[in-house]
Ligand binder design. Structure first.
Ligand code: SF4
Ligand code: SF4
Length: 342
């Protein structure tokens, strides 16, 4: 079954059945914000939704995790410590699905990351489609991350009485078969799905003042543009933009030793290129000491370096960095300053 239909009232039993065999996470409300977490019942925030504070990457690359245990006893040893359990992330939106498919490539590149790989192989992604922009700060469609084709197992699109389900992996197909009452969609349901997908196009205006494909060259050509100093002058170097971004994946490692200094663990935790110490190397040299250099680096990672390497914008347009930034630094505004030569 490559497509299916499930009535809205049947999603909660589906969700609860999944919880019998898997750890299941979904979007929850937390004060005025949304977060991913565990919950007893299914709930879809629908059109109210705005991106969660942290993206679902926290289940694939946790904020902090052990890498290996070490023993310095008579016979020194190192033992990898890979923690991965079967999990389902339910209700992932297209921007975050795109980010996950990008992380799948990044962590499987020249050096496969066994920690990410183990978690990813144990993870099933059930997406929920967006039919309108979450708020004025998201721009997923402009960076090509709204119409997702990979990075998920099932994608639910609200078509009124129920969800049209796009099935892309055998894992997703088996999940539907074993845990849900989904059935083949009717011709009308398929038509309604296609019509809603078509309708949504006009809801998402294109936000850049140049074609998306021009961004890498534009960023290269504007290495010395005054916008970098202006942004560097106001940036607080707090790193919030890094931490909330679904495509920022840098980490730092450190050792934690037991009091006897004979045993310990090497761990890693998220790091951020906007933080002052990020580019400090042995000997104490900081090769990106100015905030203007760090803002420029981060934006070049999204719209230039990674985009050139993978052929796809590595900003997925979720708007999280802008919402989190206390001085309102917006990636689109920077790109448009460069495009307009202002
Ligand atoms: S750079 Fe900002 S808008 Fe783009 S993916 Fe990261 S957090 Fe989202
Ligand atoms: S969130 Fe804003 S102020 Fe903080 S480091 Fe990022 S760009 Fe600078």
């Amino acid at each position: 079954m490559k497509e299916a239909f499930i009535y809205k009232e049947d999603v909660d039993p589906f969700y609860k059945n999944l919880k019998k065999d898997y750890k299941v996470y979904r979007v929850k409300k937390k004060g005025p914000h949304y977060v991913f977490g565990e919950a007893l019942d299914f709930w879809d925030p629908g059109e109210e939704y705005i991106p969660t504070i942290l993206p679902p990457k926290k289940y694939l690359q946790p904020q902090e995790e052990p890498l290996f245990c070490m023993s310095l006893a008579a016979k020194p040893s190192l033992k990898p410590k890979i923690e991965a359990q079967p999990q389902i992330i339910f209700g992932v939106r297209p921007c975050d699905i795109t980010a996950i498919s990008q992380m799948d490539k990044v962590f499987a590149d020249t050096n496969v990351d066994p920690y990410y790989k183990a978690r990813r192989e144990n993870t099933i992604i059930v997406g929920i489609d967006c039919l309108r922009p979450c708020d004025k700060d998201c721009f997923c469609s402009s960076v090509g991350s709204l119409d997702v084709k990979e990075g998920f197992d099932l994608l639910l699109t609200d078509i009124g009485e129920g969800y049209f389900v796009t099935v892309v992996t055998p894992k997703g197909e088996k999940l539907l078969k074993d845990f849900s009452t989904a059935r083949e969609p009717s011709k009308e349901e398929k038509e309604w799905f296609l019509a809603r997908r078509e309708q949504r196009k006009k809801e998402y205006p294109y936000v850049f003042k140049t074609e998306l494909a021009n961004l890498p060259l534009l960023f290269t050509a504007n290495w010395d543009h005054p916008v970098w100093k202006e942004m560097g002058d106001i940036c607080l170097a707090c790193g919030r933009c890094n931490l909330v971004c679904p495509t920022c994946y840098c980490f730092d490692t450190f050792d934690v030793m037991a009091p006897n200094l004979k045993e310990g663990e090497r761990r890693r935790q998220w790091d951020g290129c906007l933080l002052n110490e990020f580019a400090v190397i042995a000997g104490g040299t900081n090769f990106r000491p100015q905030k203007s250099q760090r803002v420029r680096h981060r934006l070049n990672r999204k719209f230039n370096y990674q985009m050139t390497k993978y052929g796809q914008s590595h900003c997925v347009g979720c708007g999280r960095c802008y919402r989190a930034c206390l001085v309102h630094i917006h990636p689109v505004e920077i790109a448009n300053r460069l495009a307009e030569g202002k």
